[in-house]
Design a binder for this molecule. Structure first.
Ligand code: SF4
Length: 73
């Protein structure tokens, strides 16, 4: 069964857009062009994990929504 994750984008986002390309249903650009998470929790998918890995500045963090355990990084 897929986990539910609480995903956050930190202030170090440089608006590369990679996360939005991999998971457009999850990440959106704000008025400042930085990404934010549309709605939490988010269901874990391979595309979501690729989005996490794609971030060049490691701005994305994720925790298990049930246990609170760190999932990424
Ligand atoms: S991949 Fe990282 S730097 Fe690029 S838009 Fe997403 S959070 Fe920002």
């Amino acid at each position: 069964m897929s986990r539910s994750l609480e995903v956050e984008v930190g202030p170090t986002c440089i608006s590369s857009g990679y996360c939005r390309n991999f998971a457009p249903a999850v990440f959106e650009a704000g008025a400042d062009r930085k990404s934010f998470v549309k709605t939490n929790p988010v269901t874990e998918t391979p595309a979501l994990l690729e989005a996490f890995e794609s971030c060049p500045v490691e701005a994305i963090t994720a925790r298990d929504a049930d246990s609170g355990a760190e999932v990424f990084p």
